[in-house]
Design a protein around this ligand. Structure first.
Ligand code: SF4
Length: 231
């Protein structure tokens, strides 16, 4: 099954729009679509006016072959700095791993101006706005899926997607046209969607690493597989 055969109507929020469509890949700073997240965003802007406090755009080149999809910006991470996985623990493990496998170059210093660049790799989130307690509601995940769908559709060389966590996996299944029963989430699992491979990983959160649900070795194994596949 190819991604083109799994596309549904571009009018549906859970479909990958045609590449030629002008669907926005990024949300406006004041995207109004999720009232609860808008309220949270406004409260953070009042509390921390120097923080980014807006939908966090994808990081990396649209011509990359690899896309990494997290859940949502962390309050003091990407929501503060404006770059995915930058400023909290999850970024330390993710960017360290990307540097190790050659998907990034430079030096990661947890700042958007640290000069780090991605190599054949892009990072995005299933939900672009920071949710309270890191927990987006199903309606918010559904609402924001259109931006991720447009992001995928705008990557002409895309060959692999790493889903960080089950929510990211589930939203990607909808975009790639895969049935949940045929592509269950499991750390290290690889699912095929036409010319795109979907790689599952536990999310690289501090909670998952502190509880040893995810070890550095387990995380590296996912990216070693990606590297071997992409060559
Ligand atoms: S989560 Fe996505 S759809 Fe909802 S307000 Fe933010 S950018 Fe808009």
């Amino acid at each position: 099954m190819t991604i083109s055969t799994t596309r549904r109507s571009a009018a549906k929020v859970d479909s990958v729009p045609p590449r030629a469509a002008a669907a926005p890949t990024e949300a406006d700073r004041d995207c109004p679509l999720c009232p609860r997240l808008v309220d949270f965003r406004e409260a953070q802007r009042a509390r921390e006016p120097s923080w980014y406090n807006a939908p966090v755009p994808s990081f990396g080149d649209a011509n990359a072959r690899l896309l990494i999809v997290g859940l949502a910006p962390g309050l003091q991470g990407a929501n503060r700095t404006g770059r995915p996985f930058t400023g909290d623990y999850a970024g330390d493990l993710l960017y360290g791993t990307l540097l190790h496998y050659g998907f990034a170059k430079g030096r990661f210093e947890a700042r958007p101006d640290d000069g780090l660049t991605l190599v054949d790799c892009r990072i995005s989130n299933a939900v672009r706005c920071v949710p309270p307690q890191n927990k987006p509601l199903p309606a918010e995940i559904n609402q924001c899926r259109a931006f991720l769908g447009a992001t995928i559709a705008a990557m002409p060389r895309l060959r692999g997607i790493v889903a960080l966590g089950r929510i990211s996996h589930d939203t990607l299944l909808k975009l790639l046209g895969l049935r949940a029963a045929a592509a269950p989430f499991a750390h290290g699992a690889v699912h095929q969607a036409g010319g795109i491979k979907l790689y599952d990983s536990y999310h690289c959160s501090r909670y998952n690493t502190n509880t040893r649900v995810l070890t550095t070795e387990m995380f590296h194994a996912v990216f070693a597989r990606v590297k071997a596949d992409l060559g």
